[in-house]
Design a protein around this ligand. Structure first.
Ligand code: UT7
Length: 322
């Protein structure tokens, strides 16, 4: 399978308010020591007055400017998100309105893997000639989805958006999407309510994100290992031939474990979890954006992107940077 695609511009939208571990320890039974040693997180950004649409439109405008394109040049907007400001319209429609674009738009929910799913979808539209330039925005307001009295979850996540424009090119060499049913769906989920239908047997209200961390941890390290094995089988690339591994920023220990397993040095695993926490689908595009802009990624570098999240879903992408 050939993916005729490259990334030509990046943007990000991050809330103004930075919340430290010590800030959270003011109202929750936790500590900077616990959070940092167990996860690698020091701070995260959290919305106060910003909406998710605000963050997403900022990211989208940044990506357009970076790609030197106008809203009229965009043929499709795909938004990866657990959910926008509304059930409907989709967040991608809100972005279109915010930037002044009139193209088709839709959202994709593949939890933290959403960006890789969006890349694969974009490649289908570009390869078929249906779209020339696709705007992808990954955006999450995790602060509205976690229970701030649950120390198992709320300390882990942050809010933010990251976007890019993809167009025809030869940079993307491989994408694999997968999913593996969790043994028990309660291990990582966020239940929707039943509304107030008089016909439903048992009315339930929407719930916060719930995670059994250790169960998810075990599942994740296995799925990452099998994704990386597949890359080697299907592309012939050994870990030594990958210049940088951009893994989903869920836990620094997962990243370190993977590096040790692959016998690859920590320098090959850029991280921004320390500053942003887990941004779900926005983690990988934000990391890619920052690593490109810092000059750490150079043309010709082989990058491996690997994301995993609720479902479980997983996705891997190999890019030779242009
Ligand atoms: O992005 C989607 C995919 N998500 C992931 O990949 C996350 C995978 N899981 C993880 O990263 C880790 O399991 C966590 C960071 C979520 C948790 O770390 P852990 O080392 O697995 O801790 P644990 O859940 O086993 O909890 C250990 C202890 C418990 O206390 P007891 O029962 O041993 O007394 C928890 O109550 O740590 C306690 N604990 C905390 N203590 C202080 C849990 N959260 C906190 C906290 N502060 N925030």
């Amino acid at each position: 399978m050939v993916f005729k695609m490259k990334i030509i511009g990046f943007g990000k939208g991050i809330p103004a308010r930075c919340v430290s571990n010590d800030d959270i320890a003011q109202f929750l039974d936790t500590s900077d020591e616990w959070i940092f040693t167990r996860t690698g997180i020091k701070t995260r950004y959290v919305c106060t007055t910003e909406t998710l649409t605000d963050l997403s439109v900022t990211a989208a405008n940044g990506a357009l400017e970076d790609a030197k394109l106008n809203p009229d040049d965009i043929d499709l907007i795909i938004c990866a998100t657990l959910g926008g400001d509304y059930g409907t319209p989709s967040l991608s429609c809100c972005i279109a309105e915010g930037i002044g674009a009139k193209c088709p738009c839709f959202d994709v929910n593949a939890a933290c893997t959403g960006f890789i799913y969006a890349l694969e979808l974009a490649s289908g539209f570009i390869s078929s000639g249906k779209a020339k330039n696709v705007l992808i925005v990954s955006a999450e307001m995790m602060s509205a989805k976690t229970d701030w009295s649950d120390r198992n979850t709320c300390v882990l996540f942050g809010d933010g958006a990251a976007g890019c424009v993809v167009t025809a090119g030869n940079a993307v060499k491989y994408i694999n999407l997968s999913s593996a049913a969790m043994p028990n769906s309660t291990v990582l989920n966020m239940p929707n309510g039943t509304g107030n239908s008089p016909f439903t047997k048992e009315q339930k209200s929407s719930g916060f994100l719930h995670m059994q961390g250790q169960e998810v941890f075990k599942f994740v390290v296995n799925i990452v290992e099998s994704e990386l094995k597949l890359v080697q089988e299907r592309t012939g690339l050994s870990p030594a031939q990958i210049d940088l591994f951009l893994l989903h920023q869920a836990n620094k220990r997962i990243i370190d474990f993977t590096g040790a397993k692959l016998k690859q040095p920590p320098e090959k695993f850029p991280c921004n979890i320390q500053r942003y926490g887990n941004l779900s689908s926005a983690s990988i595009p934000l990391l890619l954006f920052e690593t490109v802009k810092s000059g750490q990624i150079k043309p010709g570098d082989t990058l491996l992107l690997c994301a995993f999240g609720a479902g479980l879903t997983a996705g891997t992408c190999v890019i030779v940077w242009e």
